[in-house]
Design a protein around this ligand. Structure first.
Ligand SMILES: NC(=O)c1ccc[n+]([C@@H]2O[C@H](COP(=O)([O-])OP(=O)(O)OC[C@H]3O[C@@H](n4cnc5c(N)ncnc54)[C@H](O)[C@@H]3O)[C@@H](O)[C@H]2O)c1
Length: 451
């Protein structure tokens, strides 16, 4: 069977890689492989939860003890994948929207991965931490400032850990540039650009496969993310998805670990894209053509940090455009623009004056030890390999019950961009202060473990 074959190969390679592990302590995955398997549960096995599940099924150090979802088709698909991979059948929690609370009562669960729609995230993560489970939470973590604090307070009250599952932090180019920043290639850091620019107007999901299709429906008549995500564009004028861009930048400049986000101003363009799309695909008489969309098509936020850097974060999901997170990092010695479509760098004294140069050899030179070590195996996982790293980091942190690489304070600070951008846009770009979710501890917290 394909799955068990690739799982065997994967496990064999992992064992060889782990045996030869010679990374500096701060770079190595935490903890040693223990004999006992990590018992995982999954709440939400839609598009994203199924990706996490598939990657877990490639591992030999986990058991899948429970899955929960309100959609019977998703449960069936998950059970099929689990059975095909030769794992034992997990307990199923599919009776109601709150059946996940019964799942959380299972003592056997060590770690739970939550991949549900945004409005469930904080509620489920709070319940999971209260139940003493190591909690992995999909992005974004929270929708309001109150929810950000709920996550932090629950972690501090219970001692249960929360990891925000931001996979972009593990992208090969992102980690190579993190290396460049840490090795001072760009000099003292000044400015960053990042964002989430992804044409989501036609996102669909059918029969376990993703497809992009044209349609004018969302909500009850939609499928996968269009069931719940599109409505945020109708109701909120905010950057509702900041973490894919901001997480990597936060790691580069030690946010919550010697630095922090101080304040932010946001502006939104008018809203044109969804209305145009609905008319073009559903006709001008379609009931959804009359809707007034609140979210501006392009939302631009500028963040100021305690250490004097600025970060421009963009949210752009309702326009025709190729996918991009639009990274730019700039210091006093040089800068780089890097993404799937652009990779260019200029370093004073090393590049020709006023000229960009291709980044390929720089990315090779600064390739991160994690990718050198695990790159070959990681590529079996989704999103070009990054999904391997995020799950691996989660499983290893659960094993040792130690603080994750991206913790509850990061989850709160990164997600706070949503409510703060909303208030700022409503008030003509008025700067909004970030709460200090670390309660002053940012001045002494240790750097990110992969630095
Ligand atoms: N990191 C990434 O690359 C990435 C990619 C895609 C999605 N995501 C994130 O993952 C999350 C899920 O997105 P998705 O694309 O999988 O959406 P989806 O709609 O495909 O899946 C969500 C699943 O949650 C289930 N669900 C809803 N309410 C529930 C409840 N009360 N109890 C149990 N199950 C419930 C739904 O039935 C569905 O199967 C979102 O936060 C999204 O932003 C992250």
């Amino acid at each position: 069977m394909h799955n068990s074959h690739s799982r065997r190969d994967f496990v064999k390679h992992m064992a060889i890689a782990s045996a030869g592990l010679s990374l500096a302590p701060s770079l190595s995955f935490r903890g040693n492989l223990t004999d006992e398997k990590v018992k995982l549960a999954f709440i939400g096995v839609g598009l994203r939860g199924t990706e996490h599940l598939k990657n877990a099924l490639l591992r030999e150090d986990v058991d899948i003890v429970a899955i929960g979802d309100t959609d019977p088709d998703r449960i069936d698909l998950a059970l099929k994948l689990i059975s095909e991979a030769g794992f034992e059948k997990p307990k199923v929690f599919d009776k109601s929207a709150y059946d996940y609370r019964n799942l959380l009562e299972l003592e056997a669960i060590d770690g739970v991965i939550i991949s549900t729609p945004w409005l469930w995230h904080t509620r489920m993560a709070v319940d999971a931490m209260k139940a003493g489970k190591y909690t992995g939470l999909e992005v974004s973590a929270a929708n309001t400032l109150e929810e950000c604090w709920d996550l932090v307070n629950t972690h501090e009250d219970t001692g249960s850990h929360l990891m925000i599952l931001e996979n972009v932090n593990y992208r090969r180019d992102v980690l190579a540039v993190l290396n460049m920043v840490k090795q001072n290639l760009f000099g003292e850091m000044l400015h960053f650009r990042c964002g989430y620019k992804h044409d989501l107007r036609g996102v669909k999901f059918n029969d376990g496969k993703t497809a992009y299709g044209k349609g004018a429906e969302f909500g009850e008549k939609g499928i996968s993310e269009s069931k719940w995500r599109t409505k945020h564009s109708l109701m909120r004028n905010a950057d509702v998805y900041p973490t894919h861009g901001l997480g990597p930048v936060a790691a580069m400049i030690d946010i919550n670990r010697g630095n922090r986000f101080l304040s932010m101003s946001s502006y939104a363009t008018k809203s044109v894209g969804l209305n145009k799309y609905i008319i073009e695909n559903g006709g001008k008489d379609h009931p959804n053509a009359k809707l007034k969309w609140k979210q501006g098509d392009i939302i631009t936020s500028t963040i100021k940090t305690a250490n004097g850097e600025t970060i421009i974060v963009t949210h752009d999901v309702n326009s025709p455009r190729p996918y991009s997170l639009g990274f730019q990092v700039q210091g006093a010695q040089g800068l780089a623009d890097f993404d799937y479509h652009t990779q260019r760098i200029h370093i004073e004294g090393q590049s020709a004056d006023h000229q960009w140069e291709a980044m390929e050899s720089w990315l090779e030179k600064y390739d991160h030890p994690l990718w050198k070590k695990y790159g070959e195996f990681a590529t079996q996982a989704g999103h070009g390999g990054i999904d391997f790293f995020v799950l691996h980091d989660f499983v290893e942190a659960v094993k040792t019950n130690t603080a994750p690489s991206m913790d509850v304070y990061d989850a709160a600070a990164w997600s706070a961009v949503t409510p703060l951008s909303e208030i700022s846009i409503e008030n003509n770009g008025a700067p909004q202060d970030f709460p200090d979710f670390t309660r002053g501890n940012w001045i002494k917290r240790k750097p990110y473990p992969w630095v």
